[in-house]
Every structure is written in structure tokens, then in C-alpha cells.
Design a protein around this ligand. Structure first.
Ligand SMILES: [Zn+2]
Length: 317
């Protein structure tokens, strides 16, 4: 059966490749989404997710961008192990990572964990959620129809934590560390200590322009988060980022993401210091180091604008 063959789920068929990969010699598996923004062509498969098999059940990190993709991930889990899914960690609340939670809610008894700021996605959508959840859902019902439709809903976490927490499953320890606000308020890094594997969430992007185009982004704290990841001891043997390919040397993904954020901060920061209006600042900046990357057209200008506002606010403070 070819990878491109039709894959059926209760939430619609998927025809794009959906390839489960394994971290060498470890009971850790992941899928890598395409480095694009979600559209009908990629069927919403633009983010990564993974899972760890323990003797006491499966822990999943992130749930992909549609209920159908979430269900496909669940199918792959069931093909891999007879262990039930016990825990799903929502690494942050953004549409491209959480719509798949619906499949886990409806087809497993898993407990869904998220950092406490994920509550803002429901309770303070106008200020602090980092995207307007209802407007985003309406947009995706168009852009990702029929995989996101009127039956798609946003699943709340069952349990939340504040700064950090440790979950024990099957004798394996999973540490959840709050590193938001960086890309979003609830950014959560998951460290699997026994295996030296890290799920970085959207703190790390590879192969595409990172997404900073929302008012909750804190690029300065994001850089702190990258320092944190770089300083982890022992050094992780494998890192699975929120977007783009996974890697063994953490610096690969860290350096790329940091380079882009620092580039934005430097150029927008200089413009703010010189009282150059944003439009002009954007035009005069040489974007050629990033212009060829995936998602550049769709996100770079918005990213630059958010960082410009952030630098402006910092300069006034
Ligand atoms: Zn994302």
C-alpha cells in the first residue's frame, strides 16, 4: 500500500503521505507535517506530533491540525502497540496542533494536559489567547473543509500545570516545562528524561519561517527559551520540534530559530530606535536570507510587524 493511498477516518479520508518515524533505538515515534501553512493541498498536515510507548500506556505530545489527522495518529499508535493512550499533552493551544484532540477525546480515555495559560484560549480570546479561537475555527472550516467542518470543536484540557510538572507513566518520567509566553502563552517543552528526548513544541522551527504573527508573542522570552533548550543537561539525544524535521543535534533547530528571531529584532529594533515607520522599515530590510523559505510570503510581514510593535513597546517602557 503506498503512502499516498487513501486513509479512512471517522472524520474524513486523508490522501496525503502520513509517515510514522521512530527515534533510533527508543520507544518514541513521530510524524512530521509539511512546511507550509494549512490548506486543502496539505489537508492541514503542517505540524508535528509524537508519542512515547511505556509499559503503562502511551503518552502523546500534540494532536495535529484536524480531527482526521488526530485519528490517523491514533491509528498509527494502535498499529504500533497494544498499550492504551493514557495521556495527551497539548504543547500549546494553536489550531494547527489541537484540532486533532477531538479524535483522542472521542476515541480514547486519555487525560489531556496543557499549561494553565491554555485556558485563555477559551476565557480571554480577545487579549492573550494569541489567536482568536472562533475566528480561527471559522477560517479553518473554509480553508480545511471537509477535514474541519461544523462538527469540529475545540477540546479543553482536563488538567493544567503552572511552571512545571512531572508525569509518571509506566515507570517513565515526563517533565513538562512552561516556556511561554514565547510563540504562545502556553508553550510547553516536554523532556523525557529516561530517553534524553525533548519535544520542543513551537519554540523550534526548521525548514520554514517561524510564526510570530500574534499579539501574545514574546520574542525576547522566546530567545530565553532557546537558551534554556541549548543549556539542557544532559544534552538531548533527539529533539522533535513543532514544525520541520527532527534532529539529533539540538543546535540545528535552535540556531535556525534564534537566527530568524534575532534578525527580526535587530532590524525592527533599529527602525524603532530611528523612528522609522514600520512600512518603511519593512521595505528597507534585506529579507533575502529568509525569502526563499516556506511560509515566508504568508507570515514574514506579519512577524516583522509584531516584533516592531514589541520593540516599540520595549523602547517606551
Ligand atoms: Zn504551530
Amino acid at each position: 500500500m503506498s503512502e499516498e493511498s487513501k486513509k479512512s477516518t471517522p472524520y474524513g479520508d486523508i490522501s496525503i503521505p502520513f509517515r510514522l518515524q521512530q527515534v533510533p533505538d527508543k520507544p518514541v515515534y513521530f510524524v512530521i507535517g509539511s512546511s507550509e501553512v494549512p490548506d486543502k493541498g496539505n489537508q492541514g498536515h503542517t505540524s508535528n506530533a509524537g508519542f512515547v510507548v511505556t509499559p503503562g500506556g502511551v503518552l502523546v505530545y500534540d494532536a495535529l491540525g484536524t480531527p482526521a489527522l488526530g485519528h490517523l495518529l491514533l491509528q498509527r499508535i494502535r498499529e504500533t502497540t497494544e498499550q492504551p493512550v493514557r495521556v495527551v499533552v497539548a504543547g500549546h493551544y494553536h489550531a494547527d496542533h489541537i484540532y486533532g484532540l477531538q479524535a483522542f477525546r472521542e476515541h480514547t480515555d486519555a487525560v489531556i494536559w496543557a499549561q494553565a495559560a491554555a485556558a485563555r484560549y477559551f476565557d480571554q480570546p480577545d487579549f492573550g489567547a494569541s489567536e482568536d479561537p472562533q475566528r480561527r475555527l471559522a477560517q479553518r472550516r473554509q480553508a480545511l473543509h471537509p477535514w474541519v467542518d461544523e462538527n469540529t470543536y475545540i477540546v479543553r484540557p482536563d488538567r493544567t500545570f503552572d511552571e512545571r510538572t512531572r508525569l509518571n507513566l509506566g515507570g517513565m518520567e515526563f517533565e513538562l516545562v512552561h516556556r511561554g509566553p514565547a510563540h504562545s502563552p502556553s508553550d510547553t517543552v516536554m523532556i523525557v528524561h529516561d530517553l534524553d528526548v525533548v519535544f520542543s513544541g513551537d519554540l523550534i522551527y526548521t525548514g520554514r519561517v517561524p510564526f510570530l504573527d500574534n499579539p501574545a508573542v514574546d520574542s525576547s522570552h522566546w530567545l530565553d527559551g532557546l537558551d534554556y533548550l541549548e543549556g539542557l543537561e544532559p544534552r538531548p539525544e533527539f529533539v522533535i520540534p513543532g514544525h520541520g524535521r527532527a534532529f539529533e543535534d539540538p543546535r540545528e533547530g535552535i540556531d535556525f530559530t534564534r537566527g530568524y528571531i534575532e534578525y527580526l529584532r535587530r532590524h525592527m529594533g533599529e527602525a524603532v530606535a530611528d523612528f522609522v515607520p514600520f512600512e518603511q522599515a519593512y521595505e528597507r530590510t534585506d529579507w533575502s536570507p529568509y525569502a526563499g523559505l516556506s511560509a515566508f510570503e504568508e507570515t514574514n510581514r506579519g512577524n516583522a510587524y509584531m516584533v516592531y510593535l514589541e520593540m516599540e513597546e520595549a523602547s517606551l517602557a
